[in-house]
Design a protein around this ligand. Structure first.
Ligand code: TEU
Length: 526
């Protein structure tokens, strides 16, 4: 019988559909492409996939601008292709989870088109956050909020009679108007979307901007010092950034959880960009989110003290909530961890060590496609950039294309088996041939085989059960022991160190001739 708590220690694999595999040769990945590569995921040993959006969309934010949340965009396939994918994933014991984007819709959603044609104050306008502007003729935005992509979070429309009109809120791109979560129709529509996909067999959801749907009453200005920090690119995500984490968001999560409760085993993970322990833990409740990404691991540098602090605060966040931690190193929004840790040989080595750290920790792990290949971020040339951040920031922020380069499957030249065309939606770099799946497959020293072995041990070895206790370790090292008996020993420094007693089960790089753990390496010991 199905275990309703299957997700508590699961390894999820995030697929960014544009960049995973392209079956129809148009240079953009698609659902049939994903289906054709399921054996890679089965061989890797992941428990579930998370598909970033594949819904009908004008692709202003590559699908995070949803025009119809209950259909498939033709660039990715159709509902029949989705059903085939779910069936073939389930046949391999891989669960399928999908993205849910409740904070905003596309401006090409039928609701927004109706809102533009309707009058101020109408029920159609009330599904979004329309306000009159400030200043004599309403020519100033209603408040000082910036968009997460740069520029103001407000866009002024032209009324149907041709006069300059109201403003609408968009915390992201202008083509992503925020929905008004004070409107009951918005709730009912989200429930319809949840049930639509759950009835089609999905096993859960990743909830986009899960800290963003509710807005503070009266939409007050941001404090000047907080605004200055945001504009300096510090993106503090503090409790003083009142655009996010408003109290009302918790009611919405309780509503979602009630719907999920009708489907045994259905899970949800929130993209909660809240890094304050007390604020984050408020989302993790038996009647709210079962899981929330802990992004402090993404923000942590490759230093033993920071990593240890990251692990401690993540564990403190979930303590007493009944939820496990959700560990993540990379995703489609951040510079890949190999690059963050220094890139090249050093970054690759640290990336391997970080993978063994991530996979030894109690709870849920999310891998991002390409993590298992040790991929680095690759910055495309200016003219190839597609992320809305580039335009909206006035070309001051290059955006997130660097972590969205299509995956290399086969050795050779671009597109390395990703597509039959070399004209991929983002250019693929020269020199990726050795990183391709087929190049690494069966090579014992490869990052792909390291992940495979690690996932197999995590599944089969009984040392991985229970919580963790930190173990004394030399400077620049971090060590902990799982209740089941496995010890994870990370050397984040440069010099080899002696390991505690125990038998090495797996190491990210070979031990020295003296049996010591080299720098930038992790060992699992039983
Ligand atoms: O990201 C939301 C988010 O808050 C951060 O990732 C960050 O602030 C943003 O990337 C700006 O740097 C989610 C999705 O993961 C992202 O891809 C979407 O663009 C965004 O929501 C809007 O839907």
């Amino acid at each position: 019988a199905a275990n309703p708590d299957w997700w508590r220690d699961a390894v999820f694999y995030q697929i960014y559909p544009r960049s995973f595999a392209d079956a129809n040769g148009d240079g953009v990945g698609d659902l049939d492409g994903i289906r054709s590569r399921l054996d890679h995921l089965a061989g890797l040993g992941v428990d579930a996939i998370w598909l970033s959006p594949f819904f009908t969309s004008p692709m202003a934010d590559h699908g995070y601008d949803v025009a119809d949340p209950r259909d498939v965009d033709p660039v990715f396939g159709d509902l029949a292709a989705f059903d085939r994918l779910v069936a073939e994933a389930h046949a391999r014991d891989i669960r399928v989870t999908i993205d849910l984007v409740p904070n905003h819709s596309s401006d090409e959603h039928v609701w927004f088109q109706q809102a533009l044609r309707a009058a101020p104050g109408s029920p159609e306008r009330d599904r979004y956050v329309f306000r009159d502007g400030r200043g004599a003729n309403g020519e100033q935005p209603p408040n000082n909020w910036p968009s997460a992509f740069g520029g103001p979070a407000w866009h002024r429309i032209t009324e149907p009679d041709g006069t300059p009109g109201q403003w609408y809120l968009h915390l992201f791109d202008a083509k992503q108007p925020d929905l008004n979560w004070e409107n009951p129709e918005v709730w009912a529509d989200l429930e319809a979307t949840l049930r639509f996909w759950l009835d089609r067999g999905v096993d859960g959801f990743r909830i986009d901007v899960a800290h963003g749907m509710a807005k503070p009453a009266g939409l007050p200005d941001l404090a000047q010092d907080v605004l200055a920090e945001i504009e300096a690119g510090e993106n503090p995500h503090t409790s003083r950034d009142i655009r996010w984490d408003a109290e009302g968001v918790h009611d919405i999560h309780r509503f979602i959880r009630k719907v999920l409760a009708d489907y045994p085993g259905a899970m949800a993970v929130g993209e909660v960009w809240v890094t304050d322990t007390d604020r984050l833990r408020r989302y993790l409740r038996p009647d709210e989110l079962p899981l929330a990404f802990d992004f402090r691991m993404v923000q942590s540098r490759w230093r033993a003290d920071e990593l240890r602090e990251t692990v401690s605060s993540a564990l403190a966040t979930v303590a007493g909530t009944g939820s496990p931690t959700t560990w993540v190193l990379s995703n489609h929004d951040v510079v890949r961890h190999v690059t963050r840790y220094g890139g090249g040989l050093v970054g690759t080595r640290r990336g391997r060590a970080a993978a063994l750290l991530q996979l030894a920790l109690p709870g849920v792990a999310y891998l991002y496609q390409g993590d298992e290949l040790g991929l680095e971020s690759v910055e495309p040339p200016d003219e190839a950039l597609t992320d809305p951040t580039w335009e909206r920031s006035g070309h001051t922020r290059r955006g997130r294309d660097n972590c969205r380069i299509p995956l290399p499957w086969e050795p050779g030249e671009p597109a390395y088996g990703f597509s039959t065309t070399s004209e991929t939606w983002l250019p693929m770099p020269a020199g990726w041939s050795p990183l391709a799946v087929e190049s690494q497959q069966g090579q014992p020293e490869s990052t792909l085989e390291l992940y495979r072995t690690a996932l197999r041990l995590r599944r089969e070895h009984d040392g991985f059960t229970g919580g963790l206790s930190f173990v004394d370790a030399p400077a620049d090292c971090l060590a902990f022991r799982r209740d089941g008996g496995l010890t994870c020993f990370v050397n984040a420094g440069n010099t080899p160190v002696a390991l505690p007693a125990g038998t090495p089960v797996l190491t990210s790089v070979p031990l020295t001739a003296d049996g010591e753990l080299p720098g930038d390496a992790t060992a699992w010991l039983a």
